[in-house]
Design a protein around this ligand. Structure first.
Ligand code: UDX
Length: 440
């Protein structure tokens, strides 16, 4: 079986490598010259554990290839995936579909035989139908199907998420001639390895598949925001948010995941997808007050987090040196998009703090986004050296291994504000540090 993947970005590249690992031949189309050159030389332009090996193995095996020629890629492909970017459109919060529409048009021109054209990018409800319309308009003679197959993978564990998913969602256009049966058969065959491990594969309408993606991300963003509010409440009433999360999470209806309190959600998906869902809902006349509020609460939280450190330092950080552990929006990624570190560090810099920061993977991406004057350090201990206060922003594992006594010896002061609850409060207290976590 052969498929084409339009777009060698995060979702496109991970999906392509994983489909190839299933034994399918995948031709990836990447039009950005620098990115394409890198991929052809086996350099992976994104940080994702295990992806380099998967790409290398499948390229060597001849199942995975990269090029910029759509006609070559779609030639003989039974499925053509569109996995191009859908950034937030300026002004109205909607996803910008320019790249998706362009890709659909180019695919239509290039196809010579039947294929199912699948949107993998996160797209607003109605996009699948729009893609069908573009295909029909550009090539009235063409025999095709459309489908929607949103991707639920998380950065940092993308390969595991793809290979052992909680579910696969496939939206089919049942109004199409043939009732979408051909699309269903092709995608069923493509995902066969997942049937073998009994992953639930859910066939839905196009619209449902598109909405499931937004609804899932918005729900998770809301869950994180909820526990963040509970953390604030815990601090006021003397409860421990870890105990709350565990006690709640053991209820199967709630589930224990995504109940880690922190400095607010960020990343390439939650902020973008919550905004898009609000725009979709508003336009459809069924506004989502819950998600509007989630966004507002999360934004306010990011702003408020700098205040915690300032307060812990006695009301001012002017002239104080603050060591910062972690910058990315979560561990195991180099992604800085919408990371809470950005507003927090800007506020601290404005308040006159001298910032010594370290992140295991995100420092290059962080530089253009963080205030000028941030000192980038070689490791966590280096960031703590001589600092009056220490601020933990991302829960990288390597920070957990830092002994509190070592911090005490290296730092000039004793204030530790841990916005990810990485450290053990008792061990910190025993080392003589003035420690403040989240929600406990
Ligand atoms: C998310 C979805 O999980 C994934 O299904 C979708 O395909 C893309 O968006 P990702 O953005 O990679 O994945 O990160 P995720 O692990 O979901 O974390 C999102 C944000 O929420 C991070 O800033 C993270 O720190 C925060 N978070 C998550 C918490 O603060 N607490 C939690 O318990 C979980």
């Amino acid at each position: 079986m052969r498929i084409a993947m339009i777009g060698g970005g995060y979702v496109g590249l991970v999906s392509a490598a994983c489909f190839a690992e299933f034994g399918t031949e995948v031709r990836v189309v990447e039009t950005h010259p620098g990115r394409l050159a890198a991929l052809r030389e086996g350099r992976i332009p994104i940080y994702e554990p295990g992806l380099d090996r998967l790409v290398a193995d499948n390229t060597t095996a001849g199942r995975l290839s990269f090029g910029d020629d759509i006609a070559h890629a779609v030639d003989g492909a039974e499925a053509v995936f569109i996995a191009v970017g859908t950034p937030t459109r300026r002004g109205d919060g909607h996803a910008d579909l320019t790249y998706v529409h362009e890709a659909a048009d180019q695919v239509a021109r290039a196809l010579t035989a039947h294929a199912v054209v699948v949107t993998k990018s996160t797209v607003p409800v109605g996009t699948g139908r729009k893609v069908a319309e573009i295909l029909r308009r550009t090539r009235p003679d063409l025999d095709f199907d459309v489908a929607s197959n949103p991707e639920f993978l998380r950065e940092g564990s993308a390969i595991g998420d793809f290979m052992r998913p909680d579910r696969v969602v496939i939206g089919i256009d049942t109004d199409a001639p043939g009732g979408g049966e051909r699309a269903r058969e092709i995608l069923h065959r493509l995902y066969r390895p997942l049937y073998l491990i009994e992953a639930p594969i859910l066939f839905t309408s196009l619209e449902s598949a598109e909405l499931i993606k937004y609804a899932s991300n918005a729900f998770l963003a809301m869950k994180v925001t909820f526990i963040n509010e509970m953390a604030d409440l815990c601090e006021r009433v003397g409860a421990d948010v870890h105990e709350i999360a565990r006690g709640m999470g053991l209820d199967n209806r709630i589930g224990r995941k995504f109940l880690h309190a922190g400095p607010g959600f960020g990343g390439s998906c939650f902020p973008k997808d919550t905004r898009a869902l609000v725009a979709i809902a508003e336009e459809a006349g069924a506004p989502s007050r819950l998600i509007e509020t989630t966004i507002a609460v999360n934004e306010a939280r990011k702003e408020a987090m700098a205040g915690r450190l300032i307060e812990a330092c006695g009301g001012s950080v002017a002239g104080l040196t603050v060591g910062v552990l972690g910058l990315t929006f979560k561990p195991e990624t180099d992604d800085m998009r919408d990371a809470s570190s950005i507003p927090i560090l800007h506020r601290l810099a404005e308040a006159g703090a001298i910032l010594r920061a370290y992140d295991p993977a995100g420092m290059e991406a962080a530089r253009p986004l963080l205030p000028e004057g941030v000192i980038y350090c070689t490791d966590g201990l280096d960031a703590a050296r001589g600092a009056d206060a220490l601020l933990v922003l991302t829960e990288w594992n390597e920070f957990r291994a830092i002994p509190p006594v070592k911090l005490r010896d290296l730092m000039a002061g004793v204030v530790v504000v841990d916005l990810r609850n990485v450290f053990d409060p008792a061990a910190m207290a025993a080392a003589g540090m003035r420690y403040r976590g989240i929600g406990r």
